[in-house]
Design a protein around this ligand. Structure first.
Ligand SMILES: [Zn+2]
Length: 57
């Protein structure tokens, strides 16, 4: 069963739908609205962060 959930894009602030099974810690999703890359930092409750081109070290 593919439960669909909504992710709020931290970049464009739009809402897009993903299936629950795609929410895996460490996975990177792409916003279907603006193409931003969004990393799953925690599965439950779902926490995400925007991936930027610049890496901090
Ligand atoms: Zn977006």
């Amino acid at each position: 069963m593919n439960e669909e959930i909504y992710i709020f894009c931290p970049d464009c602030r739009g809402k897009f739908e993903v299936v629950r099974e795609d929410i895996v810690e460490g996975e990177v999703l792409e916003c279907s609205l603006c193409g931003a890359e969004i990393e799953i930092v925690q599965e439950d409750p779902t926490k995400i962060k925007l991936l930027t081109e610049e890496e901090e070290d």
